[in-house]
Design a protein around this ligand. Structure first.
Ligand code: GLU
Length: 442
C-alpha cells in the first residue's frame, strides 16, 4: 500500500512552496491509488495554532487535495512516550544537562581549536551521583539520541544515491527539558506507526534523513523510501518564507487564481515537464513522475502563473462557467461568455466586462467624431443581430463616410463601450443589442 503524508507545522499559513510538497505527495498517492495523510506536526504547543491548522486544511482542499486521514501529533503523545522508553532502555537516548549558554561556549571553543562544533557527549560521563546533584540544583535534562556515527546511505527517488555522515553531526536532541518533543521523534514514530511507504518532502530535510534512518533502525522498523525535492525560490533565488504573504495559498485564492493553475505551477516548475495545462489534478497525476524533478532550485515566476491561469480560464467549457457566472449574480449566457472569454485572464475579470455590457457606461465621443457617431447611429441595422452584424454595419459606414481603419472603428468602440480596449466588437454587438447601442450612440 502506497501511503504518504504531508506534515506541516501549524505555525503559519502555507505558501506555494509548501503546496509543492503537499501536491507531490497527493499526486504520488493518486497515481498509485494510495493514501494521503495530512499530519499536523503540532508538538510545539506554544507556536502551533488551531486557526493555522484549519487554514492549511482549507487551502489544501481548495487546491483539490482531499486527505484520506487527518492526524494531530498533539494527540499522539502516548506513542512517543513509549518509543522514548524503548530508546532509553536500549541506551540510545541519554540525558544531558548543559544549558544553551554552556553549549554555545563549547561550540565556540571547538571552532577556535579548529574542531567541528559537534556535541562532545560529555553527558555520557556523568555518574548517577552527578545527575542526582544536578537534579537537586533544579536542572532538568534534555535527551539526545546517540548516533552510531555511520555513513548512512539511501537511494533518494529524486536525488539518487545519498550518503549522510552522522559522525559529523551532533547527537540530535529529541526531548526538551520540559519533556516536550522536538520534530524528529514524533515524526519517525508516526511514519512507522502510520505505515508511511514514501517520505516525500523538501530537500532541506536531506541531512536530517541520516539521523532519522538511524532512529528508524533503532526502533526496529522498516525504512520508507525517501524523495527530497528542490525548493521553490523567488525571482531573486531566495526561499519563500512562511511569512511571504502574497504567495500564501490564501492570498493567491483571494487574488482570483484558479486552484488548478496554482497547482500546475507549484508542481511543474523545476521539473523537466513544461508548465502546461492539464485538465485536472488526476490528469496531472498520470503525467507526474518524481524522476522529472530537477536538482536545481525551482524558480517561481508569477508571470508563468498568470499565463497558465489565462489559458485555463479561456479553455473552460461553458458548463463550468455558467454556475460561476450565476454565483457572481450574472445572468448573461453563453454569447456573453464567448464574446469576452479572450479578454479574461482571471475569472474575476468577468465582472468588469459584464459591467461594460450591462452598463451604465459613459460613452466617449470626441468633438471631431460627433457627426460620424450620429451617422453611425442612424445606420444601425435592425435586429436580429449576430456576429456578421458588425461587418455589415461598418461596411456601410465605410461607404457613407469614407472613414476606414482606426478612424472608423475606434470612435465606435469609445462610444459603445466607454473605453479604448476590450472584447471584439463583432462579438460584443449582439450581446449589447440594438437598444443599448442606440442609447450609447446618442
Ligand atoms: N513538519 C516538518 C516540516 O514542515 C515535516 C518535515 C517532514 O516531512 O518530515 O518541515
Amino acid at each position: 500500500m502506497t501511503r504518504v503524508r504531508f506534515a506541516p507545522s501549524p505555525t503559519g499559513l502555507i505558501h506555494i512552496g509548501n503546496a509543492r510538497t503537499a501536491l507531490f505527495n497527493w499526486l504520488f498517492a493518486l497515481k498509485a491509488s494510495g493514501e494521503f495523510i495530512l499530519r499536523f506536526d503540532d508538538t510545539d504547543a506554544e507556536r502551533s495554532r488551531p486557526e493555522f491548522a484549519e487554514a492549511i486544511e482549507t487551502d489544501l482542499r481548495w487546491l483539490g487535495i482531499a486527505p484520506h486521514r487527518i492526524e494531530h501529533q498533539s494527540k499522539r503523545g502516548a506513542l512517543y512516550d513509549a518509543a522514548r522508553g524503548r530508546l532509553v532502555a536500549a541506551g540510545r537516548l541519554y540525558p544531558c544537562y548543559e544549558t544553551p549558554d554552556e553549549l554555545d561556549r563549547r561550540r565556540k571553543r571547538a571552532r577556535a581549536q579548529g574542531l567541528p562544533p559537534i556535541y562532545d557527549r560529555a553527558a555520557l560521563q556523568l555518574t548517577e551521583a552527578d545527575r542526582a546533584r544536578l537534579e537537586d540544583e533544579g536542572r532538568r535534562p534534555h535527551w539526545r539520541f546517540m548516533l552510531d556515527g555511520s555513513a548512512v546511505a539511501f537511494d533518494d527517488l529524486i536525488r539518487g544515491p545519498q550518503i549522510v555522515h552522522t559522525d559529523a553531526m551532533s547527537d540530535p536532541v529529541l526531548v526538551r527539558e520540559d519533556g516536550s518533543y522536538l520534530y524528529t521523534l514524533p515524526s519517525i514514530v508516526d511514519d512507522i506507526e502510520m505505515g508511511i511507504s514514501h517520505v516525500i518532502r523538501g530537500e532541506d530535510h536531506v541531512t536530517n534523513t541520516g539521523a532519522q534512518i538511524e532512529l528508524i533502525e533503532a526502533l526496529g522498523a522498516k525504512l520508507p523510501a525517501f524523495a527530497h525535492h528542490n525548493l521553490l525560490v523567488d525571482a531573486k533565488g531566495e526561499g519563500l518564507s512562511k511569512r511571504l504573504g502574497s504567495l500564501s495559498i490564501g492570498a493567491l485564492r483571494e487574488a482570483g487564481y484558479e486552484p488548478l493553475a496554482v497547482a500546475l505551477v507549484a508542481t511543474l516548475t523545476g521539473t523537466s515537464e513544461p508548465v502546461a495545462p492539464h485538465a485536472s489534478l488526476p490528469g496531472l497525476a498520470e503525467a507526474f513522475d518524481l524522476s522529472t524533478v530537477s536538482r536545481a532550485p525551482a524558480r517561481f515566476d508569477v508571470a508563468e502563473l498568470d499565463a497558465i491561469n489565462t489559458r485555463l480560464v479561456r479553455a473552460l467549457a461553458y458548463e463550468a462557467i455558467a454556475p460561476r457566472l450565476a454565483a457572481m449574480g450574472i445572468s448573461a449566457g453563453q454569447t456573453f461568455w464567448d464574446a469576452i472569454r479572450d479578454n479574461v485572464g482571471k475569472f474575476s475579470d468577468v465582472a468588469a466586462w459584464h459591467a461594460l455590457v450591462a452598463g451604465p457606461v459613459t460613452p466617449i465621443v470626441a468633438e471631431a467624431d460627433r457627426a460620424f457617431i450620429a451617422e453611425a447611429r442612424a445606420a444601425l441595422p435592425e435586429e436580429p443581430w449576430d456576429e456578421a452584424t458588425w461587418e455589415g454595419w461598418t461596411d456601410e459606414l465605410k461607404a457613407l463616410t469614407s472613414r476606414k481603419g482606426k478612424a472608423l472603428y475606434h470612435p465606435l468602440r469609445l462610444a459603445l463601450t466607454g473605453r479604448p480596449d476590450g472584447p471584439e466588437l463583432r462579438s460584443l454587438l449582439p450581446v449589447l443589442g440594438r437598444r443599448a447601442c442606440l442609447d450609447r450612440l446618442s
